[in-house]
Write a protein that binds this ligand. Structure first.
Ligand code: SAH
Ligand code: SF4
Ligand code: F3S
Length: 486
């Protein structure tokens, strides 16, 4: 797991010969977090980061494999660097992340100018790998091109970081990976292959990392994990004096993480992505209820609303089980709003199955929906065993219909807030309309309102006047006014 030791990062030496790093990040928030960790490590070694590839000495790609398109985009970016490498042979090009893990050294076959491939449990060694490569380049005996390429894709090691970043959080919104990996085996999904099994970060480390982020200016922390609510499942059953928690068999749980983070002074909001319905426990629901800093927006992807499709996906629940978990959650946290991911055109999905998905989305009332067309990923069970039998045109049509339905659902749900007052964390100023601020309600919904930029970074109460499928608009109310309209 990512353990993070804290060091006061030495200021990078100034001067014209300072080496420069540029990182290109694809994929999910975990990759954004990992890219920041890597940048931090390079900065700790004296590198500067640059926004331009043209003056970088080291260019790293942090990659995604979840759909084919994500990998193709990376290869197309890599292709564009071929010329840059020819005109600057000193350039170092590294590929890390999920595609590096999945494709490994075959990346060299399609992109011969790549120097380093480091997988999801090896990328923490990127600075050492770059140093090693430079040493080999400088050694006249290393003449074979093969010796000038480095590959590290083993999965046996924990991800460990010594933090060297000077401004890691980059502002008021920080990511913090509390767990990595996934122990489930949804038949369509490459993530368990690329990220490996669940590894949770000990609570004390999470708390000190959060405190450190807050000391760097963070006010909102988003807790990340591929199945974030399976946090703690990998811990040994606590015995003797070992710290006990409220998870299964006394293990520390995500609920315990929330309760500890609630105490972190200066931290204003806590968000979480992504949850799996199978791990939605009463303990977690109670922790959300008890912790005022925790957002009432929960991404708990359903993926489909047909039991046949869910079974073929091996999601581990039926729509009824999902309903039961949701009923428990809504009883304990009545103001929870949900988000979902959906896959349309899964092998064998009939019109009837798809109608059930539309109906289920409506029944639950998800406010945020991401819809994906099924894409067979090599080595997954679905790709190997189930024919990709829904024609592309049908996938496209279902995609459109579900998006339209999602828009209708969100319009209705957000419309419920008109006339109510919601608590909003103020994030930034609109760059399109002067004097307009943007924030997010505790239900994760974007809210805009007129206000002074000094409010950025604080929480305000906003009386909602208008709503669409994508956000709400209102006016700031304070003190008594807020109490009256609640
Ligand atoms: N851990 C999360 C999902 C991570 S992948 C969960 O369990 O919900 C992000 C999303 O990509 C998934 O929710 C799924 O909707 C989509 N996805 C994953 N594999 C896919 C595939 N082979 N084809 C299309 N969409 C896919
Ligand atoms: Fe993939 Fe399923 Fe794990 Fe999510 S829960 S990461 S969809 S295998
Ligand atoms: Fe992509 Fe890996 Fe994240 S496959 S979505 S970068 S976990």
């Amino acid at each position: 797991m990512t353990t993070t030791r804290f060091q006061s990062a030495a200021e990078a030496p100034a001067g014209t010969d300072q080496r420069k790093l540029h990182v290109v990040t694809f994929g999910c928030q975990m990759n954004k977090y990992d890219s920041l960790l890597v940048e931090g490590k390079f900065k700790g070694q004296g590198y500067a980061t640059t926004d331009s590839m043209d003056d970088a000495d080291v260019i790293l790609f942090n990659t995604c494999s979840v759909r084919d398109h994500a990998e193709e985009r990376t290869f197309s970016w890599l292709g564009e660097l071929k010329r840059a490498k020819e005109s600057n042979p000193g350039l170092v090009i590294g590929v890390m992340g999920c595609m590096a893990q999945r494709v490994g050294e075959e990346i060299f076959q399609r992109a011969g100018h790549v120097d380093i491939v480091a997988g999801t449990r090896k990328f923490q060694h990127m600075t050492e790998l770059v140093d090693q490569l430079l040493e080999r380049r400088a050694d006249p005996d290393t003449w074979r091109a093969r010796d000038l390429r480095l590959v590290a894709t083993g999965v046996e090691e924990d991800v460990e970081f010594e933090r060297g970043a000077m401004n890691y959080t980059g502002g008021q919104h920080a990511y913090l990976a509390v767990m990595r990996g996934c122990d489930l085996n949804c038949t369509y999904c490459i993530v368990p292959t690329t990220r490996g099994r669940v590894q949770s970060k000990p609570i004390d480390e999470i708390v000190s990392e959060a405190q450190w982020m807050v000391s760097q200016g963070a006010k909102v922390i988003t807790l990340l994990g591929q199945t974030v609510n399976s946090y703690g499942e990998d811990f040994a059953k606590p015995e003797g004096d070992a710290p006990r928690g409220s998870g299964r068999q006394g293990r520390p749980s995500l609920g315990d993480v929330l309760r500890r983070l609630q105490q972190v002074e200066g931290l204003v909001r806590i968000r979480m992505i992504t949850m799996h319905p199978a791990y939605l426990t009463q303990d977690l629901a109670e922790a959300i209820r008890d912790c005022s800093k925790v957002d009432r927006f929960l991404p708990i992807p359903a993926q489909a609303g047909s039991d046949d499709v869910l079974r073929a996906m091996k999601r581990g629940y039926t729509t009824d089980l999902y309903r039961k978990r949701l009923a428990m959650l809504r009883e304990i946290v009545p103001d929870a709003e949900l988000g979902s991911d959906w896959i349309v055109g899964f092998p064998g999905e009939t019109d009837e199955d798809f109608e059930q998905t539309l109906a289920f989305a409506e029944e639950v009332g998800f406010v945020v929906n991401y819809v994906f067309k099924y894409d067979p990923r090599p080595t997954t069970h679905a790709a190997d065993e189930l024919p990709d039998d829904v024609p592309t045109a049908v996938k496209k049509e279902r995609n459109q219909r579900l998006l339209k339905k999602a828009e209708e659902i969100a319009t209705l749900r957000l419309g419920r807030y008109v006339g109510q007052t919601v608590r909003v964390f103020v994030e930034d100023e609109s760059d399109r309309a002067e004097g307009v601020l943007h924030g997010r309600s505790v239900h994760g919904i974007p809210v805009s309102f007129a206000g002074d930029p000094t409010l950025i970074g604080t929480e305000v109460e906003v009386a909602v006047q208008q709503a669409s499928a994508y956000g709400m608009h209102g006016v700031v109310v304070t003190g008594e006014e807020a109490a009256l309209t609640r």
